[in-house]
Design a protein. Structure first.
Length: 91
């Protein structure tokens, strides 16, 4: 099928950094996927065919800036999703 290589470059970075940041916490798959969606929606899309193409054209400074933006977006997403996923108190 055509287009099987096309993907958002941020996806792999976001997924790996979410796991890195939440690795010791017990979060279910739904929680992690919600965090990923919110994070990706706060980042500009960068569609590519092959990751190596992006890595080749980015300077070290640009790569660090992208990682910093990802980390900030993940923190915001975790905060937002954590507030929404808290069980409501019954009265």
């Amino acid at each position: 099928m055509a287009f099987t290589n096309v993907h958002n470059y941020y996806e792999k970075i976001v997924y790996s950094r979410i796991i890195l940041k939440t690795g010791k916490k017990t979060l279910d798959e739904d929680h992690l996927e919600d965090i990923a969606c919110v994070t990706l929606n706060h980042l500009p899309p960068r569609y590519i065919r092959f990751d190596v193409d992006m890595i080749f054209y980015l300077s070290p400074e640009e790569r660090l800036e992208m990682e910093s933006k990802v980390d900030d977006a993940i923190e915001q997403a975790i905060s937002l999703i954590s507030k929404e996923k808290k069980p409501s108190k019954k009265r």
